[in-house]
Design a protein around this ligand. Structure first.
Ligand SMILES: [Zn+2]
Length: 146
């Protein structure tokens, strides 16, 4: 996943435009992180983002910077935080509404296709509240052999 196919995903200019459109100052480190993250629809932990950025070798980025940047991107809606448990947070570059399946044995997070899982019913909300999103994480493991 290093040299060779560097033309995949967004160009540096496209990442800069995306950050600016969300009111984020495009520092070199944010651009490098954004290029890795927005390259395709994917679920990445902060550790994976850190490893990818360092592998790309375009800039030296600390772990703290990766965490801060991912938090900033999540607050501005550029990535979706999928919190499987407090120690396992994934950053999803697909910000469209969808649900997830988490394999508790392998630690793998995958998307559920639209229509595979439907949430029905709408609870009455207090006062001026409105629903801004519904996140379902289906937790699975391999079934015991019969
Ligand atoms: Zn997803």
């Amino acid at each position: 996943m290093n040299s060779g196919s560097d033309k995949q995903g967004l160009s540096k200019q496209e990442v800069i435009a995306k950050l600016q459109a969300s009111g984020i100052t495009p520092t070199q480190q944010r651009i490098v992180i954004g290029r890795q993250l927005f390259a395709r629809p994917q679920h990445l932990s902060a550790e994976q983002v850190l490893a990818m950025v360092n592998e790309a070798g375009e800039a030296r980025v600390s772990k703290a910077t990766v965490y801060n940047t991912l938090n900033l991107f999540a607050r501005r809606g550029l990535v979706r935080e999928v919190i499987v448990d407090p120690t396992k947070v994934f950053y999803d570059s697909n910000t469209g509404e969808h649900h997830h399946m988490f394999d508790v044995e392998t630690g793998e997070l995958s998307d559920l296709m639209p229509g595979q899982l439907c949430v029905s019913g709408s609870p009455s909300l207090p006062g001026h509240m409105q629903v801004v999103g519904i996140d379902v994480v289906l937790r699975v493991r391999s079934a015991p052999a019969a």
